[in-house]
Ligand binder design. Structure first.
Ligand code: FES
Length: 167
């Protein structure tokens, strides 16, 4: 889509300028994320991928920091943000079946949250685990070689963790 391309180009230019100013280290990550949020009103998975590329760090690091700092998110998110990689290698590895299992298990579509506030389901760009796809993140935790069955187990484990927290 033309607008996405334009946004991605603008974003890359902005991030490169910030890296020039702040330096290429990991310490630049939070100021960059904050700036991207201010300019574009969101930090979506494409933005996180671009930031990871420019900083030459693993995308999981960017997801991890962005997940931790709630102010970087636009919409309220569930306690567990599940991001399934929708990029090519994971596509070939069977991400569609995992996506269907997640949608059925959670009762929501992508870019939606469950009514109980526990889960948000999103697509991610490549999270750097291409040889072990399908890959997904639960907050900053990576799961690889996910099958529909393990996807359901992951959701069950999150529910159990939330229930245990509530005591
Ligand atoms: S394509 Fe899915 S992790 Fe790279």
């Amino acid at each position: 889509m033309a607008t996405t391309t334009l946004k991605q180009e603008q974003l890359r230019t902005d991030v490169e300028a910030l890296v020039e100013k702040l330096g290429p280290g990991r310490s630049s990550l939070i100021p960059i994320l904050t700036d991207v949020k201010r300019r574009f009103h969101e930090v979506d998975s494409e933005s996180m991928q671009t930031i990871a590329d420019v900083l030459d760090i693993h995308p999981v690091e960017v997801y991890s920091v962005a997940s931790f700092y709630a102010f970087l998110h636009g919409a309220p998110e569930g306690q567990f943000v599940i991001r399934l990689c929708g990029t090519l290698s994971c596509d070939f590895a069977g991400k569609d079946a995992v996506a269907d299992a997640l949608k059925n298990e959670l009762g929501v579509g992508f870019d939606e949250s469950t009514d109980d506030g526990l889960f948000t389901l999103e697509w991610a760009s490549c999270v750097g685990m291409c040889d072990q796809g399908p890959a997904l993140l639960v907050n900053d935790q990576v799961h690889t070689r996910v099958t529909p069955e393990t996807a359901r187990e992951i959701v069950a484990a999150c529910r159990a963790a939330a229930a245990a927290e509530e005591g």
